[in-house]
Ligand binder design. Structure first.
Ligand SMILES: [Zn+2]
Length: 340
């Protein structure tokens, strides 16, 4: 049997163009289960050809539209033809990027000698935002090598090694941090407006923090580094999460401060910090707020401490000398333990 996939493209002027994308063949009589249906390799070929066809068509129409002079409606003279490569989730596509001279009707204007390239103006990056986002998401969730392998095994994506995945992840991370800073700046700008200040939630923001030491890659300048992650919660606001490596972050507290400001926190307002007992974590909150912080030990680590007291009490009971306080009457001041 044989299947042919044809793509019918209709331009905005109503012109219809049909392109044959791929043809799949199978034996008339199937002998194994593996011969049934569409294969991954075939799907990747189909997607790559579909993407190339769609992208080239769209870009060509974009160039043709911008070739028309907005003043007199005549196509502007072609200067030369170039090509641009664009990396996408469905392969790298080479597109025509014609350059046009300014229209003859503008010979007396300042733009007379200017060359315009609508395609170059459109392709502001080497890859599509979607590819960048997917690579960054995989880079954040898995190792860079695994992320690159997953992408390459499932999609006809442009060849991506772990280094390009790492670069894209860092690029997106910088964009997120820049957006955070902007939000923080906007929040600071409206901070003193009485109406907005009154509308801010009266509940106190709560910062939950945890840290872990992670082994660095062999050959790195340090053997391990501390990663801190956390979230800021406040009633009536969506939870904000953040993560940082204190030893390399330029301003470790800035990320936390941006998250707090986004949650409606105002300068001087008390913040509750919940963590595992490591004094460095509430210290980070203090440096971010520069104000009062109420520190609370999280329930897991509190229970560990209580368990330790229980074990000590049981050990004392096991001794021949009767303990001063019977174990069933021993009381633990949980609030004292929890709030230090
Ligand atoms: Zn013109």
């Amino acid at each position: 049997m044989q299947w042919t996939v044809r793509l019918e493209a209709r331009t905005s002027q109503g012109e219809v163009k049909t392109t044959e994308l791929v043809t799949f063949s199978r034996p008339g009589v199937v002998s194994t289960l593996a011969e049934i249906g569409l294969m991954l390799a075939e799907t990747k070929t189909l997607l790559a050809k579909l993407q190339a066809s769609m992208l080239c068509g769209q870009v060509a129409e974009h160039a043709a539209h911008h070739r028309i002079c907005t003043a007199c409606g005549v196509p502007q003279p072609l200067k030369d033809r170039r090509t641009r490569r664009l990396q996408t989730l469905f392969g790298t596509v080479e597109v025509d990027a014609p350059r046009f001279k300014a229209c003859r009707c503008r010979v007396t204007t300042p733009v007379a000698g200017v060359t315009i390239s609508p395609v170059c103006a459109l392709l502001t990056a080497r890859c599509t935002p979607e590819l960048e986002r997917v690579q960054a998401e995989l880079g954040a969730r898995t190792s860079f090598r695994d992320g690159a392998r997953i992408l390459e095994s499932l999609l006809p994506v442009s060849p991506a090694n772990h280094e390009s995945l790492r670069t894209r992840t860092h690029t997106v991370a910088l964009q997120l941090e820049a957006a955070d800073r902007q939000v923080a700046a906007e929040v600071m700008a409206v901070r003193d407006e009485p109406a907005k200040a009154a509308a801010a939630d009266a509940s106190r923001p709560v910062v939950m923090l945890d840290g872990a030491y992670i082994r660095a890659v062999p050959g790195h300048q340090v053997r391990s580094f501390e990663a801190i992650c956390g979230k800021v919660e406040r009633e009536g606001h969506a939870t904000r999460r953040f993560a940082l490596v204190r030893s390399v972050a330029e301003q470790p507290h800035a990320l936390l401060r941006a998250a707090l400001l986004d949650q409606g926190w105002r300068e001087g307002e008390t913040v509750t910090a919940i963590s595992d007992g490591d004094p460095a974590l509430p210290a980070l909150v203090r440096s971010a707020t520069g104000g009062p912080v109420e520190y609370i030990l999280d329930w897991f680590h509190l229970s560990m401490r209580v368990q330790h007291v229980e074990q000590v009490t049981e050990g004392l009971c096991a001794l021949e000398t009767p303990p001063l306080v019977p174990p069933d009457q021993a009381q633990i001041d949980v609030e004292l333990l929890r709030c230090g």
